[in-house]
Write a protein of this length. Structure first.
Length: 364
């Protein structure tokens, strides 16, 4: 996910049913196909020259990003020492995570290849997670978990380092918490979708899976702090594993040009089938009625995404126009607890969720 990317992050994972603790947190921020992937204007056949990301010096771009991730509990399995146990009627569990970002980039200096100095102001940074649990008896509980970021309202300068071939983030007046800059990224314009050379309608090529991060986490890690957070280092590890373990296929296809509200745009159709997983392990010691034992708890969080959408590229302005990207997600939490010492026991619970992810980005 991974993100937001602090992405979809679990506060902890205790077995269901009640008492319920949030099995996943907010994430890869991810959900109903409510973005404008509706009937599009007719595709035009006019050829385009080689496309690039080339904002004007002293120009400005406002980027508005939204992401909704919503899943519902679809099944649960429980076993003890390898023997499957019967369970009762499932509760209804719905997890919804919403993220909204608005930032403004001022392009202070550019050259023929890329922006050299960009000042990014984070106008709005919002994250909100809610888990709704309805028991078979009809009792409902809603757990809300809002998130905030100290970067909201701040301006950060991104300067191209030619030796390291990357952007370096800094506070323009050297005033601010340097820790907030550590995992920020100057990304979000998706220029890596563009093919080399002038595309022809029907051209199709594979994309690097890192682009999935750029789509779902357009600013890198924005240091969101959720109300329920108690371990920021754990948040960092979650995001790193989400990104490092991405696997699957991601393709772009050039679908020609069309007129979009008076703007000539190149149309790129995106399709993705991507998986990732996060593994968290905790060891502890226990004692009960004179018996001592060791406990190893291993949580595995597995995601499968099947998504598609459109990236529209402003041909004249040399920058993206909009992105709509949505699809299905399945999510599993495997909770394995192993006891060893004066007695041996293994307990396994698997929670299965199904839902949708919706991402929409506009550039003005």
């Amino acid at each position: 996910m991974p993100a937001a990317m602090r992405r979809i992050h679990p506060s902890d994972s205790s077995p269901l049913p009640p008492p319920f603790r949030r099995p996943i947190p907010p994430a890869m921020t991810l959900l109903v196909r409510a973005i404008g992937l509706t009937l599009a204007p007719a595709i035009l056949s006019a050829p385009v020259a080689e496309l690039s990301f080339a904002p004007a010096e002293d120009g400005q771009i406002n980027v508005e990003f939204s992401q909704v991730f919503e899943v519902e509990l679809s099944g649960m399995e429980f076993s003890m020492n390898g023997e499957e146990m019967e369970g009762g009627e499932l509760p209804e569990v719905i997890i919804r995570d919403e993220e909204a970002i608005l930032f403004t980039d001022a392009f202070v200096s550019v050259d023929d290849e890329r922006p050299l100095v960009v000042q990014r102001t984070y106008e709005t940074l919002s994250k909100f997670s809610v888990q709704t649990v309805t028991t078979p008896d009809g009792d409902e509980q809603e757990l809300e978990d809002p998130g905030t970021s100290e970067l909201e309202g701040a301006t950060v300068a991104f300067t191209w380092d030619a030796d390291e071939e990357e952007y370096v983030a800094s506070f323009p007046d050297d005033e601010g918490d340097e820790d907030l800059l550590e995992d920020l990224a100057f990304q979000g314009y998706l220029q890596d979708v563009l093919p080399g050379g002038a595309p022809e309608e029907g051209d199709r090529w594979e994309l690097d899976l890192e682009l999935f991060d750029a789509i779902t986490e357009p600013c890198g890690d924005l240091s969101f702090v959720m109300e329920s957070d108690d371990d920021e280092d754990d948040d960092d590890d979650w995001g790193e594993q989400f990104s490092d373990n991405l696997d699957g296929e991601f393709f772009a296809e050039y679908s020609g040009t069309r007129d979009e509200d008076g703007t000539s745009v190149a149309v790129f159709t995106l399709t993705a089938e991507i998986t990732t997983e996060i593994i968290k392990e905790k060891e502890s010691e226990g004692e009960h009625e004179g018996s001592s034992f060791s406990v190893v708890n291993t949580n595995t969080f597995a995601f499968e995404f099947e998504m598609e959408g459109e990236l529209l590229w402003d041909v004249e302005a040399n920058r993206p126009y909009s992105l709509g990207f949505a699809g299905d997600v399945t999510f599993e939490i495997e909770d394995l607890t192993e006891y060893s010492g004066d007695f041996e026991m293994e307990q396994l619970q698997v929670q299965m969720f199904e839902g949708t992810v919706t991402i929409a980005t506009s550039y003005n």
